[in-house]
Write a protein that binds this ligand. Structure first.
Ligand SMILES: NC(=O)c1ccc[n+]([C@@H]2O[C@H](COP(=O)([O-])OP(=O)(O)OC[C@H]3O[C@@H](n4cnc5c(N)ncnc54)[C@H](O)[C@@H]3O)[C@@H](O)[C@H]2O)c1
Length: 250
């Protein structure tokens, strides 16, 4: 994947967790990476990455706010020397609770961050990628794109939408050299899953359904994003690739 060297990427939600591991995975190959994230830890994370000699910038934004998103996207493009090769839509939120108790405002916010922001960033990115006749868009879905999950009404709705959006945009843009694909992570050791990791019974029950017999570590997602960002995946379009320790195969 030597072609990744000096490519220009935007990745959302990479101040921690899966996004950070994927950002590092791209940096390792010499990709210039701009992170968009709401987190107050973003500057510190960027500093740490720069210590490894990675070419990284971090821009603060709440991606549920269309105006902020467009502004930081434009700033990111400027920092990337007005070029964009790779977009990774990773930022995502979850509010695990029974549907009956979930407020409509919370449902809406989950859709705003997990779906509407993805749609809008894909469109902004495609406009840049069209200029080059080439580009890679990678959306982070979930195994809950195909399963309903438990106490996950808004989240599974949003991830199902990410998968469908990925296929739909791929159908429109594949001919233009823009690959739109998604990764469907299984269960990983991240903050998003703290509520499971802290619930012994639920954790054991989930692990028993994962053929690999464990949750994934964020670094284990890097390979998929490196591959989907490189020219080795030029004929992969509209795919939803599980990286889930075999969870979906059961
Ligand atoms: N962890 C898992 O097991 C798992 C499984 C399947 C899918 N996913 C998906 O992978 C992605 C990353 O998950 P994670 O486990 O690393 O989560 P995480 O909670 O550890 O990190 C999410 C990141 O997104 C950022 N973010 C949240 N809301 C934002 C907003 N409004 N604007 C900008 N940034 C925002 C956060 O600051 C954080 O840095 C999510 O889309 C999630 O749905 C995770």
């Amino acid at each position: 994947m030597k072609d990744l060297h000096n490519k220009k990427a935007i990745i959302t939600g990479a101040a921690q967790g899966l996004g950070l591991a994927m950002a590092e995975g791209l940096c390792e190959y010499g990709v210039k990476v701009c992170i968009l994230d709401i987190s107050s830890n973003l500057n510190q994370v960027v500093e740490e990455l720069r210590k490894k000699d990675y070419k990284v910038e971090g821009l603060h934004a709440d991606l549920s706010d269309q105006k902020q998103m467009t502004n930081v996207f434009n700033q990111a493009i400027e920092w990337l020397d007005n070029e964009l090769d790779i977009l990774v839509n990773n930022a995502g939120i979850h509010k695990p609770m029974p549907a009956i108790d979930l407020k409509v405002e919370d449902f809406q916010r989950i859709l705003d961050v997990n779906v509407t922001a993805v749609f809008q960033l894909c469109r902004l990115a495609a406009q840049e990628m069209r200029k080059k006749g080439k580009g890679k868009i990678i959306n982070i879905a979930s195994v809950l794109a195909t399963q309903g999950g438990f106490n996950a009404s808004a989240y599974s709705t949003s991830k199902g939408a990410v998968a469908q959006l990925t296929k739909s945009l791929s159908n429109e843009w594949a001919k233009e050299g823009i690959n739109v694909n998604a990764i469907a992570p299984g269960y990983y050791n991240t903050e998003l899953n703290r509520f499971i990791l802290e619930d012994e019974e639920r954790f054991a029950s989930l692990v028993s359904r994962i053929p690999a017999g464990r949750f994934g570590n964020p670094e284990e997602l890097a390979g998929a994003v490196q591959f989907l960002s490189s020219n080795k995946s030029d004929y992969i379009n509209g795919a939803i690739i599980p990286v889930d320790g075999g969870f979906l195969g059961r």
